[in-house]
Design a protein around this ligand. Structure first.
Ligand code: AR6
Length: 170
């Protein structure tokens, strides 16, 4: 199992699945979510609405899968992170864990994750990085298909904090 930390735009990454930092209604209005729909195409928003219509809103900590439209990835795994101050860190851990488990369930070999909840939802990068490290340490033994986890950080600051924490914790 390889863990790669990269600085840049997650929509450019070649991985079987990319994870979106979504809200429960899968309305992709800002941040990574908007970037994914802009580049992948409206099909991602359309399938997201169909999902919510069929199954209801995705709970905080939960995930939903759509196709990836024009992106290089095969799937988008929409993970609903918690809002800082409103929903707890346990939900951030759950969102990360469910993303990785879903990719494994789909028999994918690679997944790219953004720093879920650290933009519009306000979580500090440190908490997200610690949760990523914890989940990876706990899950990697159970992974048969997934052999590459890419963490994509948009800002220099996020990149620096994630490298420091993951190098220490993994
Ligand atoms: N590639 C990688 N990381 C990115 C990109 C990108 N293209 N764009 C932003 N980031 P956010 P959240 C970073 O706000 O906090 C949306 O409206 C960003 O710097 O996308 O979970 C959804 O629809 C930050 O570190 O997600 C929800 O309503 C991280 O990605 C809500 O925002 C996450 O920021 C979710 O908020």
């Amino acid at each position: 199992m390889k863990v790669k930390i990269v600085k840049g735009d997650i929509t450019e990454i070649e991985a079987d699945a990319i994870v979106n930092a979504a809200n429960s209604y899968l309305e992709h209005g800002g941040g990574v979510a908007l970037a994914i729909v802009k580049k992948g195409g409206y099909i991602i928003q359309k399938e997201s609405r169909e999902y919510v219509k069929k199954y209801g809103p995705v709970p905080v900590g939960g995930v939903a899968v759509t196709s990836a439209g024009k992106l290089k990835a095969k799937y988008v795994i929409h993970a609903v992170g918690p809002r800082y101050g409103l929903e707890g860190e346990d939900k951030l851990e759950e969102a990360i864990r469910n993303s990785i488990r879903k990719a494994e369930e789909l028999r994918l070999t690679s997944i790219a994750l953004p720093a879920i909840s650290t933009g519009i939802y306000g979580y500090p990068y440190e908490i997200c990085a610690m949760k990523m490290a914890k989940v990876i340490k706990e899950e990697y033994k159970n992974l048969k298909h997934l052999n590459m986890i890419i963490i994509a950080l948009y800002s220099e600051e996020a990149y620096r904090i994630f490298v420091e924490i993951l190098e220490r914790e993994l």
